[in-house]
Every structure is written in structure tokens, then in C-alpha cells.
Design a protein around this ligand. Sequence first.
Ligand code: HAM
Length: 422
Amino acid sequence: MINIPRGTQDILPETSSQWRYIESRLHELMAQYNYQEIRTPIFESTELFARGVGDSTDVVQKEMYTFKDKGDRSITLRPEGTAAVVRSYIENKMQGLANQPVKLYYNGPMFRYERKQKGRYRQFNQFGVEAIGAENPSIDAEVLAMVMHIYQSFGLKNLKLVINSIGDAASRIEYQEALKAHFKPVIHNYCSDCQKRIDTNPMRILDCKVDRDKPEMKTAPAITEYLNETSKAYFEAVKAHLDRLNIPYVVDPNLVRGLDYYTHTAFEVMMDSSDYDGAITTLCGGGRYNGLLELLDGPQQTGIGFALSIERLLLALEAEGIELPMHNHIDLFIATMGQSADNYAVVLLNELRHAGIKADKDYLGRKLKGQMKQADRLAARYTIVIGDQELEQQQVAIKNMTTGESETIKFDDITKYINGGL
Ligand code: HAM
């Protein structure tokens, strides 16, 4: 038997209907916020992520699915969406569009070679948003408000919005120096990756999964102490908007995020529930990226966005015991007695489906009792039983499965009846 690859999952029909519900709700919400969908390829040039996400990040160093194609190009299955959306923005010269900022969203599979864990997969589905072309605290606040609105619209309550500012490039240079000085005397006790990070990108030490419990991690200087006046003012303005919107948040000066492109606002939404034991508690993450477009040879534009995985959203719903209001019923089940009735049902079913009715019948030659059980399993709203008499009279008793009441109607009137027009 060939098994599914490690870290991936089949989404079976019962769960895929939850996915469809979530995705259609997300499309509706995006229309409310005036964001438009973008679809980029599943694979991109490796260089896009090496440069965009950052050569010294775990994502690029350890987690990418990279291969040579038959033309000897290095290709990578996308580990995230931001670099690709920014590439597309630049390539399609979206800075020239009349509508600015350009507000985009995407929804699709991403790939990271990670250790399998509850809530952590090697193929996962990110829904993400990128607003490019405005450096204004009110758009940061819009994106934060949208994230919370998304989760709340599915009924989630135990959420914590954690925010930080990681400042502009100038603030970070000073901060990186402070981190180097802090870790230098003890770096020999740290993993080999951190020993490299101290020179290449000391902020990544704070994100190390191996050394995270070392004492110097807790006493490390916080970026907030190194923010310059511009960065501080920007952060204050974002927080003031959140206050105006009555959106509760916690400031965590140690939140640095795992990707290199962030500047100023960085945030995560966490599950704030003790029932969520053992699983990953970060539901989504995002932030502002002011230098990314130029880094990818684009115009001087800035952006902000976030991404969440539908897998973790589903885990959070499960942890809070929330059932999505889905309607998995069919409209009509046709039970038959005898071959002529079954032949008739084949045609009737076809007509009803063309008229927009969700309908089904038996295919296993079940007895009438078995057919009615099948109707129950399919949660049919109505059932009919066709036998010789019904065929002769061209009418049938249609039973409302909720009320138990029956009414005799003509075959030709079934659609109208189900649609409430009879
Ligand atoms: P990220 O924090 O790497 O950010 O991922 C964002 C979210 O994707 C996570 O919070 C989580 O919900 C989900 N996720 C990540 N890895 C996995 C995994 N292995 N299994 C399941 N879910 C996962 C980004 O990717 C940025 N591009 C977000 C962003 C957009 N920043 C600005 N714009």
C-alpha cells in the first residue's frame, strides 16, 4: 500500500465542506474590505524566496522544497505567499494602477519541510492578504482589524492579538549591534546555526527553536528600546487606531517573526485557551514590509499583510467546540419499487438536477426500508416513493422529512413544490 507523504493530509468530504464554507466566507469578507483575489504559481524561482524571505531564515535554510527542473533552473515550491505577490506586483507594474493602494488576497497551498506536529504540516493552505502602496498607520490598523474580524466571524472568542514594532532599517542596525554584544560572550553554548546567525543576522537567534530556553534569551535587549523617533511615532499611531477601534491587543517586545522582510508593525494572533494543549497556538502572523519591494528590484513602495492557515483555523474551531453552520442536505431522495419505477427515476432525477434541485436515488437495489435509511443518511428534506401506481397516475406523495407531512402532487410540479412555489 502506498501511503500519503508525511506532513500532508487528505481533506475528506466531511471536512472539505467546512473548507468550502470557510473559503466562501473569506471571499465575502474580502469584498467588504475591498480586497481582490490574486493567484500566483505554486512554484517560483528559488532566488525569489532566498532574497525575499531571507537567506538566513529557517524557512530558506531548512524548509524549502527546492529542485532543478529539466532546464536546470532552481525551482522552489512556494513556502509562503508574500514574496510571490510582491514579485507579481512588480512584474505587472501594479504601482501604475489607478486604484491605490493595491489590496490583494490569496488562498492556496504552501510547502515547508517541517517536523510534523499538530497544526504543522508540510503542505498547508494559507489565506493571506497584502496591501501594497500606502505607508499609513490606518492601513496597518485596517489589516489588524480585518484579521480579528475574520476569526470572530467564525465564532472564535479566545483570541489574543500580539503586536510589536521592529522599527525601520535604521533602528534595526543599532538593535542588531546590541544583540551581538549580548550574545557574543555565550554564543559557544548555542547551536551551530546561532553561531552563524550572530554574524549574519543576530535577530534570528531570538527565533531559534533549539536554544529558545537558554537564559540569555530572556534577558536579551528588546527592539522597542532601540526604536528611533519615526518608528516610535508610527507604532504609537497604529496602537491609537486599535484603541479607537476598541480592539484589545498585547504588546510583546520579543515578537520578531521568522521571516526577514518585516519592518515596523509585526503581529500574531494566538489561541488564548488552556484547552488547546500540545498544539501550536499561533493562528496567524503578519506585518509591514517596507524594504521588500526594493529588495526584489521593485519601486519604492511599502506593504503590509498577514497569512493564516485554514488548518489551524479548523483546529481552533475544534478547540472551542464551534460547529460551522453548514447545510449538507439534499433536497429530494427518490425511492423506487420495481424496474420500471427505477427507469423512470433515472430520467426524473436528471430533469430535477437540471432544474437546480439537489437530488439522489438508490443504486444498490436496496429494499424500500434500506432506501429510506439512505434518505436519512443524506439528510434529504423531501422523499418520494415511486411504484407502478405513481407511474400510472403521474403523481406522487412527497413527504417533508422535517414535519413528517405528505402531500400528493404531479411529477411535473416537484421542482415548484420544493422551491416553495406550489
Ligand atoms: P508565517 O508566520 O510564516 O508568515 O505564516 C503565517 C501563518 O501560516 C502561520 O501563523 C500559520 O497559521 C500558517 N503556517 C505556517 N507554517 C505552517 C505549517 N507548517 N502548517 C500549518 N500552518 C502553517 C508568512 O507566511 C507571511 N507570508 C505572512 C505575511 C503576509 N506577512 C506579511 N504578509
